[in-house]
Ligand binder design. Structure first.
Ligand code: CO8
Length: 259
């Protein structure tokens, strides 16, 4: 598929999605969101074992939703635009395979929300995170009020969303918004290294782990424990489990087939 605002690359069984709208620091408009939806929906998760999302250039991951597109929306149009972004980000969050955000600069508004919809966030040392929406007369509309409190806790999420202040990479690391910070030049190599480590593991088990962590979040402890036990049991119906354990017992290494 041809895209105007996305660059797609593949390294082995890892896919790399680069959002590319240099004139607006990769801000998300409805066309880019549609292209992201098309790409996510068409991704072959049987062959691809991990997705990395980044932004083009060295300045910005995604500088938010496109303010020029939003400026004249009425309430109904605002809801439609918000729902479009929220739907695409939910597809990313629930994609069967893990998604790593390699945040290479500004991750503001919808950019921070996109990063939070990914499973794991790492960033460059020049990255800046923030939810500046209240300074524009709106609130985070791509599920930022939902995910930020879950990720970094209610108190810190409320501070960041009410003040709209920017968070530098070192603070993002301290508050758990990102897992690691690297020099800009090393970021993509580190993201691919992490993706390759994930991709070398048993893919069905990795999927089940993601499914468990996501789905168990909204369950009671008893429901969650039962859900994990059931899913754990399913692992024993895979060839990967048989081959992985046999390889361990024979002091070898397993090339998992995802069966
Ligand atoms: N939308 C549209 N254009 C943008 C955006 C954006 N979010 N961000 C940057 N641009 C454009 C600038 O207008 C500028 O264009 P031009 O060259 O034509 O003047 C170009 O990108 C370069 O930007 P700057 O000159 O401003 O670059 P600086 O290095 O001076 O500043 C910043 C970089 C700090 C990132 C600055 O551009 C900025 O503050 N951008 C806006 C950040 C922001 O407020 N983002 C949040 C937007 S709101 C949002 O994301 C809500 C999500 C939920 C939506 C729900 C819908 C209902």
């Amino acid at each position: 598929m041809e895209y105007n605002f996305l660059k797609i690359a593949t390294e082995g069984n890892i896919s790399i999605l680069t959002i590319s709208a240099p004139k607006t620091l990769n801000a998300l408009n409805s066309v880019i969101l549609k292209e992201m939806d098309d790409f996510i929906s068409s991704l072959d998760c049987n062959n691809c074992r991990c997705l990395v999302i980044t932004g083009d250039g060295e300045k910005s991951f995604v500088a938010g939703a496109d303010i020029s597109e939003m400026a004249n929306l009425d309430a109904a149009q605002g809801q439609t635009f918000g729902a479009q972004g929220a739907m695409v980000f939910r597809k990313i969050e629930t994609l069967p395979i893990p998604v790593i955000a390699a945040v290479n600069g500004f991750a503001l508004g919808g950019g921070c929300e996109l990063a939070m919809a990914c499973d794991i966030r790492i960033c460059s040392d020049n990255a800046r995170f923030g939810q500046p929406e209240v300074g524009l007369g709106i609130i985070p509309g791509f599920s930022g009020t939902v995910r930020m409190a879950r990720l970094i806790g209610m108190g810190m999420a409320k501070e960041l969303i009410y003040t709209g202040r920017n968070v530098k990479a070192d603070e993002a690391l301290r508050i758990g918004l990102v897992n690691a910070v690297y020099p800009q030049a090393e970021l993509m190599a580190k993201a691919i290294e992490m993706a390759a480590k994930i991709a070398a593991n048993a893919p069905i088990a990795v999927r089940y782990a993601k499914q468990c962590i996501n789905n168990e979040y909204d369950m009671t402890a008893d429901e969650a424990i039962a859900y994990e036990s059931g899913t754990f049991g399913q692992c024993f119906a895979t060839e990967d489990q048989k081959n992985g354990m046999a390889a361990f017992l024979n002091k070898g290494k397993c090339e998992f087939q995802g069966k």
